[in-house]
Design a protein around this ligand. Structure first.
Ligand code: ACO
Length: 477
């Protein structure tokens, strides 16, 4: 019987500031970079320290709430209460987390106003230009770039865990011929938990390591098998001679040739897109992974929640929707009418525009646009590029979009690149998921090892009926 213990570190050691004598065991040691670093991307935080002094207008009582890292602890608000014995204290009401930090994180830094994105301090532009995807995956988890030896071992480990259990063939074959590949990916990733029950030992570092390697290694295999299933093509097994991205392309596209050779421009473009998508701090899917993972479920189940969240059209599903929108517009002369529909609310949203955090530009979108030019040099200009460029031109000069700070996000041009590589539209979000896997895993592990974290359980403001007596409306049961 595999061990299924999900024991957290002892309660006494889960306090925010463990005493010096507390021993940090191998299995629950802190991440390489401290999670308490200031959120300002490394510079001193001007809003640190001090207090927020408030007077409760209802009682005239004064409260002094400590401020740290530009934040107050929401639990401090609990102390603010009236003399009513039923009053449990103030809560902060923040639907959709518009202004609530749910964690301290040392992984990804974003300055939405300045259009800055950094992984562990490294600007996204430098990583996209120079790094490999697996190097970035290591960086996100460990906080530092890998040494040569660490990198080679990591690449080796990933390469030799790309195969999935043969039963996976039957599992995937059970899906309908037209199943959406994100639905297949989501359930398959969750299904991995059934093949690796010892992954439930999440406070065992060795188990975490192997689960993380398995998820990084097997996601492209499952994604490619899903693609082949929908196409009615035989599954292509991983080729351990190839790099991570080339192997994925081989499993997607190889037919009868003995060794698949990817177009180097496509392979590098895909690798850059994976790097650009690798993490994005507390976005919808990372938050889903953290929230589900906070119940101490195994990582396959936690990450499948991230895949589910990514599927939605307001998140990763947007790249698919951008292409559908452009296809619907059909011709560049229809763009003004479409924009008018967006503005008046009679049409849909301009997909691929707007972002919760970026309010000047999305730095990833700039890189993607350049990348699109390189890919189009190989395959010719995409027929819908003209429509995309016209949408962008009008939106960037129209007051509706400018005043709301709506700029192209990473998804606006990725779809055009994916399509020019002959990926079907409903596969785009799967490509996003492969890229995001290292970020989900880094966020999951950081949450797990953060001694301040507990099971995620928000409060609510109850607005339903007061107590009433049960009187059935049924005439028969
Ligand atoms: N097209 C038209 N209007 C928009 C758009 C858009 N794409 N995005 C926001 N708006 C408008 C809203 O209608 C609202 O206008 P109002 O103030 O007159 O009511 C205002 O801008 C603010 O919008 P919110 O929905 O409050 O912004 P929020 O931060 O909640 O949403 C989101 C961000 C979901 C990304 C939104 O901009 C959107 O739906 N964009 C299209 C979908 C998309 O591209 N998603 C991918 C995001 S990137 C990623 O997940 C990888």
């Amino acid at each position: 019987m595999p061990k299924t213990g999900t024991k957290a570190p002892p309660a006494a050691s889960r306090k925010a500031s463990p005493s010096k004598s507390d021993k940090t065991s191998k299995s629950d040691k802190k991440p390489a970079a401290p999670v308490t670093s200031p959120p300002s991307g490394g510079s001193a935080n001007n809003g640190s320290g001090g207090t927020l002094d408030v007077v409760d207008g209802r009682t005239r009582k004064e409260y002094s709430i400590p401020v740290a890292d530009c934040a107050i602890r929401a639990t401090e608000l609990k102390k603010i209460k009236t003399d009513n014995p039923d009053d449990t204290g103030l809560v902060s009401y923040d639907p959709a987390f518009l202004n609530t930090a749910s964690c301290k994180s040392a992984i990804t830094y974003i300055d939405g106003d300045k259009g800055i994105l950094r992984y562990r301090g490294y600007p996204i532009e430098q990583l996209a230009e120079n790094a490999t995807f697996l190097e970035v995956a290591w960086l996100l988890r460990h906080g530092e770039l890998p040494t040569q030896q660490e990198y080679e071992q990591f690449v080796h480990d990933i390469t030799f865990h790309t195969y999935v259990h043969e039963n996976f063939r039957k599992f995937l074959e059970g899906f309908r011929y037209d199943a959406h590949p994100m639905a297949m990916l989501n359930s398959s990733i969750a299904g991995l938990a059934s093949f690796y029950p010892s992954a439930r030992n999440i406070f065992d570092e060795t188990e975490r390591n192997i689960s993380i390697v398995r998820l990084l290694a097997k996601t492209p295999t499952i994604a490619a098998f899903s693609y082949r299933h929908v196409k009615g093509l035989p599954f292509v097994y991983p080729d351990n001679r190839l790099s991570y991205v080339e192997n994925f392309l081989s499993m997607i596209a190889r037919m009868s040739e003995s060794k698949y050779e990817a177009n180097p421009v496509f392979a590098r473009a895909l690798e850059i897109l994976f790097i650009l998508h690798a993490d994005h701090e507390q976005n919808c899917s990372a938050n889903a992974v953290r929230a589900v993972g906070s119940s101490h479920v195994d990582p396959f189940s936690a990450v499948s929640a991230g895949v589910a969240a990514l599927f939605g059209p307001l998140h990763g599903g947007a790249n698919e929707q951008v292409l559908r929108m452009i296809t619907e517009i059909g011709n560049v002369k229809n763009v003004p009418k479409f924009i008018e529909g967006v503005k008046t609310g009679t049409g849909g949203r301009l997909m691929g525009f707007g972002h919760r955090v970026y309010k000047s530009y999305d730095p990833r979108a700039k890189i993607v646009k350049r990348l699109a030019d390189e890919v189009f040099k190989v395959v010719g200009v995409d027929k819908d590029l003209e429509i995309a460029l016209e949408l962008e031109r009008i939106a960037l000069s129209d007051d509706y979009f400018v005043s709301r700070k709506l700029y192209p996000n990473v998804d606006f041009y990725t779809g055009l690149i994916y399509r020019s590589m002959a990926f079907p539209t409903d596969f785009f979000t799967v490509l996003f998921a492969i890229g995001r896997m290292p970020g989900w895993l880094a966020q999951w592990e950081e949450m797990l090892l953060d001694r301040e974290q507990k099971i995620a359980r928000p409060r609510q403001i109850y607005i339903g009926p007061k107590e009433r007596q049960y009187r059935s409306k049924l005439s028969a049961k």
